[in-house]
Ligand binder design. Sequence first.
Ligand SMILES: Nc1ncnc2c1ncn2[C@@H]1O[C@H](COP(=O)(O)OP(=O)(O)O)[C@@H](O)[C@H]1O
Ligand SMILES: [Mg+2]
Length: 267
Amino acid sequence: MSDNGHPLFEVENLKVAIDGNEILRGVDLTINEGEIHAIMGRNGSGKSTMANVVMGHPAYEVLEGSVKYKGKDVLELDTDERARLGMFLAFQYPMSIPGVTVAKFLHSALKARAEGGDVPVREFRVNLNKAMDLLGVDSSFASRYVNDGFSGGEKKRLEILQMFVLEPTLCILDETDSGLDIDALKTVAEGVNALRSEQRAMLLITHYQRVLNYVEPDVVHVMMDGKIVRTGGIDLAEALEEKGYEWIEQELFHDTDDATSAEAAQA
Ligand SMILES: Nc1ncnc2c1ncn2[C@@H]1O[C@H](COP(=O)(O)OP(=O)(O)O)[C@@H](O)[C@H]1O
Ligand SMILES: [Mg+2]
C-alpha cells in the first residue's frame, strides 16, 4: 500500500492501440511498495508498449482501462507530470545527445523535476559522486557526452545513475531485446538491488530470464499477445528459461479448447 492506502501502481483492463491496431488487449497489474515485478515475453508481445503508455508516450491511443499511481489516474497527465509524481521509465533506446555531458543531463533532469526548478550544483555534484561511487562508475563518466559512442553497459549505467539521482518511487526498466552483455546486465542488477527499498517499487521488463539471475523479483508475469497470461514467482521465470514460451501457449490453447467444449456441452 502507498501512504494513502492505495496500491502504489495499478493497471486495470488496459487496452491500447497504435495506428488503429490493438496491441494491449486488457492488461491488469498491481504493484505494491517495496515489490519488484518482472514482465517477460517474446518480441512483439506488447511489453514496451505497456511501458511507454504508462509514461505517457503520445503515439499510443488508450482505448479502455486505467493506470493509477497512488490511486490517482495518470493517463491524463503529461510525461513530466508523471515523472514529478515519482514515476520513472528507463528508455529502451536512449537517444544520444552530443554536446550535453552526463552531469549536465542529469542535473537538468533533476531541475526539471524539482519544485521551483532549482537544484544547487554543489549539492547535485555531491549526490552524483556518491551514486557513481556506489555503482563503481569512473568519475570521468560525468564529463562524457550523453550516449555518444556509449557501450550497452554505459547506456545502462546512465539509466541507473538517473534513477539514483531522481530517486523515483516507481522505476520501470525496459531491457533491450537484443540482450545486454554481462557487464550491462550486472550494472542493471547492482543498481536495482541498491535501489531496492520498502518505499520503492520496480518493474523489470525483459525478454530473457538472465537478469533474474542477479535480481530476484517478488512477482513474475508473462505477457503474450497484449495480455498478461501467467503470474507467478521466480519459478515461473525458471520454467521459461528451461522450456521457452511454447508450453504456455499450449496451456492457453488447451484452456480455450476446454472452454469451447464446456460451452458446447452446455448448449
Ligand atoms: N510505433 C509503432 N508503430 C507501429 N506498430 C508498433 C509500434 N510500436 C509497437 N508496435 C507493434 O506493437 C507490437 C508490440 O510491440 P512492443 O510493445 O514493442 O513489444 P515488445 O516490447 O514486447 O517486443 C508489435 O507487433 C509491434 O510491431
Ligand atoms: Mg520491447
